[in-house]
Design a protein. Structure first.
Length: 424
């Protein structure tokens, strides 16, 4: 990596290497430094669009944003989405009307943020966030859907003056930074709430700290099972808030709980959305790496489930859709996740395991995963080797499931796309 500032004409890859090298730590929670830089811009980067919805949560942030995005696009709004991490390309982190921007757009944005920050040290995620906000301003979007990176209260995205706050789900994760107390985690996520602005919580039986914080600052709280509810009825579902009902809705390709939360967020957003927009958006919404089907014979499914909460949901989906099929699980994880508890959840599917080592300081090795599996489980140096082994072993009727991390799913997805483009 180079610590020499790239030029405005340098490739995006050079900029990404540089930005990952200039701060002392990869994760550095706190808002003072990034707020200072954001306010140097004119206009300030803290208001990137007329309407901003910020989405926090342990799981389901990306799905909730994707569902809102699809509905808003059908309603005719120009929509910007900021998400992280990416699966294959950095460009995935910023979408304008469902499309990625060019490398040069990102390079220009980085160059602008570098000129703003001066001597102020910022982490990679902080610079990426500011660059994304700048791009939304440049593109003059109507609505920004802003996915929180880590926690909420001290996450870089929380500098933004947003209109609606969303918590999708709450579970213990990121223990090294957020701890293992669900009440503390609830408070950290609720740190995105704004006084007088609607706050949505899609976690049933949420820790008391969420409602307490909303009450303390005067944020109207819309809690699932209280201010809104939903119910599946066969292949359709129904959503209700107060006296307002949406009936006979199509089941989305993404988790239903997140769809219900998305509808509540849009319902309080004061945006002009019709029932037809909702139906079409639910039918269209999808997201790479979330129960993503790559192929058949064998069926290949990618899912970024990487903690016990998301693994539990994934198991239900796999049993519902492929309950009678033999399952081959290609898994690579980060060691700062609850590896043992995640694997325990997945054992309910009784898979044949293909544990793979990942790269990087947070990566777990295949042997670390194998400690929690049967003694004769093979180990693989990387997700591609594990994936190919699973494909070789699986029959046409089996299911190959790739999961455990964005890094695992991203590696296999890129490999599959390259292989498909080469006609293999």
């Amino acid at each position: 990596m180079s610590s020499q500032r790239p030029q405005a004409t340098s490739p995006l890859s050079v900029w990404l290497d540089y930005l990952q090298s200039i701060h002392s730590t990869a994760i550095d929670l706190g808002l003072d430094r990034i707020t200072e830089v954001a306010k140097r811009a004119n206009p300030s980067l803290t208001k990137p669009a007329p309407k901003v919805i910020t989405v926090a949560g342990t799981n389901g942030k990306g799905s909730t944003c994707a569902i809102m995005e699809a509905i808003l696009l059908d309603a005719g709004y120009k929509v910007g989405v900021y998400s992280s991490p990416h699966l294959i390309r950095y460009n995935e982190r910023v979408r304008i009307n469902g499309e990625e921007l060019s490398d040069q757009h990102h390079v220009d944005a980085f160059d602008y943020i570098e000129s703003l920050r001066g001597e102020t040290s910022l982490s990679f995620f902080e610079i990426a966030t500011l660059a994304g906000l700048h791009l939304f301003q440049q593109q003059q979007v109507d609505v920004v859907l802003l996915e929180v990176g880590l926690g909420g209260r001290l996450d870089a995205t929380n500098i933004v003056d947003h209109d609606v706050s969303v918590i999708t789900s709450l579970a213990v994760d990121h223990v090294d930074w957020l701890g293992d107390d669900i009440n503390v985690i609830g408070f950290e996520k609720a740190g995105i709430f704004r006084s007088g602005k609607p706050a949505i919580c899609g976690q049933p039986d949420a820790p008391m700290t969420v409602a307490a914080h909303a009450d303390d600052i005067g944020a109207p709280l819309y809690q699932v099972e209280y201010q809104y509810s939903y119910k599946q009825d066969g292949e359709r579902w129904h959503w209700q808030s107060g006296s307002f009902d949406l009936n006979d809705l199509p089941l989305p390709n993404l988790p239903l709980a997140n769809a219900a939360t998305a509808l509540m967020a849009l319902g309080v957003s004061e945006l002009d959305i019709t029932d037809v927009n909702v139906v079409k958006g639910l039918e269209e919404a999808n997201l790479a790496g979330r129960m993503q089907k790559l192929g058949s014979e064998p069926t290949i499914i990618l899912d970024v489930a990487h903690n016990p909460h998301s693994a539990e949901y994934l198991v239900k989906q796999v049993k519902q859709r492929y309950g009678d099929k033999k399952l081959h699980a290609v898994i690579g994880m980060l060691h700062d996740k609850d590896v043992e508890a995640t694997l325990e959840e997945l054992k309910a599917c009784d898979p044949i395991w293909y544990p793979a080592s990942l790269e990087g300081p947070r990566a777990a090795s295949a042997s670390e995963l194998s400690q929690h599996l049967s003694s004769d489980t093979p180990e693989f140096d990387n997700p591609i080797d594990a994936f190919n082994a699973a494909l070789s072993s699986a029959s046409k009727e089996d299911v190959v499931l790739v999961l455990g991390s964005f890094f695992t799913v991203g590696a296999v997805l890129e490999y599959w796309q390259t292989r498909s483009s080469n006609g293999k």
